[in-house]
Write a protein that binds this ligand. Structure first.
Ligand code: SF4
Length: 369
């Protein structure tokens, strides 16, 4: 087993060097030694987050390489199957009916269009297809919900993992989604409990957590992360990671989004986050939730290939591909293909069937040169 050691006792520091050993080094070593744990204190996570950024990046990379194949990056495609007209007031979201963003509300997409998009995503190398609907919840939407169950079955039959993000769920609905073959359900906590009411007033943090419970109890993988750049303090970023890392089981996927400020939303004038802020979030998430797929999500379009490479090094191992992320722009497909080639990355296989996954992996390796 690879162990990261603080080298202080063995290396005599040069005159001007300090014998510094960061919290990132200490906690990464512990994670590697003990595996995932759910008893993180907020102070422990804060001290990891506050470590010098290059040290944090280095130790995020160590944990990443210990737990994952560092070349593998999961490609997910996210499609908005029901756009706009949402009753909620999430301050970052152009799909809220409360803000004048020029977005036209649409009805649920029909089966043919959804399946066509899923086929296209698969041909482009995606192994997970995510469907998003701009709803507060699915209560009272029986017809649409049943239609989505059919989409899930069809897409699973194509050999892809299927994820949905449809708002809050009741227990029964989670069970029906599981029965239809849903792999994962996305429900982001967005930010810390303390900052949440500054961003959304139409539902509570506890309601959010309740849906995650229902998803977990139904045996569906949990996808939950947040957004940085909402005007929150660094303490709120730590608070978000602390809530996720102390859930009874860590989410299987943790999307880290950076705000894409959309004109007409209350957050339209937020300044873009810097790459170092993303790296801090990703590396900290990697150290405190070592097995999770940490997803470099919204806002990736602003980062160069070199900046994205640093995110992969820090521990990100999943991206969204496709022209759009729900309604905001995403990275160009050809540029992503080029990035995979240049950085020596390979697509991660879907994880529901060992045999299919092995075949996929062998093909991916031979295509990567
Ligand atoms: S983030 Fe989701 S729930 Fe919030 S306004 Fe947008 S579509 Fe509605």
């Amino acid at each position: 087993m690879l162990l990261i050691r603080c080298l202080r006792p063995r290396i005599q520091p040069l005159a001007s060097h300090s014998s510094f050993c960061s919290a990132a080094a200490v906690q990464a070593e512990r994670t590697i030694r003990e595996g995932p744990r759910n008893d993180w204190t907020r102070e422990e996570i804060k001290s990891v987050y506050d470590s010098p950024v290059l040290d944090l990046l280095f130790h995020g990379a160590q944990v990443h390489r210990h737990v994952h194949n560092f070349r593998e990056v999961q490609q997910c495609t996210l499609l908005s199957i029901k756009t706009g007209g949402c009753s909620e007031d999430c301050s970052y979201c152009p799909q809220s009916s409360r803000y004048d963003t020029g977005l036209k509300a649409q009805k649920l997409m029909n089966m043919d269009s959804v399946l066509q998009a899923a086929r296209k995503a698969k041909e482009a190398g995606s192994t997970r297809f995510c469907m998003g609907a701009a709803w507060r919840d699915t209560v009272g939407r029986k017809t649409n919900f049943n239609q989505i169950l059919e989409y899930i079955k069809e897409i699973r039959d194509m050999g892809m993992e299927v994820c949905c993000t449809l708002g809050m769920l009741e227990k029964q609905q989670a069970m029906e989604l599981k029965k239809a073959g849903l792999t994962a359900y996305n429900h982001n906590l967005d930010t810390s409990r303390e900052y949440y009411s500054k961003i959304i007033t139409t539902r509570s943090y506890d309601e959010r957590l309740k849906t995650l419970d229902h998803v977990r109890e139904a045996g569906i993988s949990v996808c939950s992360g947040g957004i940085i750049g909402l005007g929150e303090a660094e303490e709120d970023r730590v608070g978000l990671l602390h809530t996720l890392a102390t859930l009874p089981a860590h989410p299987e996927s943790v999307p880290i989004n950076s705000l894409v400020a959309v004109k007409g939303t209350p957050l339209q004038d937020q300044k873009p986050v810097e790459i170092w802020e993303m790296i801090r979030m990703i590396a900290t998430a990697r150290i405190v939730m070592p097995k999770a797929m940490v997803r470099l999500s919204a806002g990736r379009v602003r980062f160069s290939m070199a900046e994205q490479a640093l995110c992969f090094l820090a521990g990100a191992n999943s991206i969204f591909t496709g022209e759009k992320l729900l309604t905001t722009p995403n990275n160009d497909f050809d540029k992503d293909q080029l990035m995979f080639k240049v950085l020596g990355l390979i697509p991660k296989a879907p994880s529901f069937s060992d045999e299919a996954a092995e075949t996929f992996e062998a093909e991916a390796m031979s295509n990567s040169g």
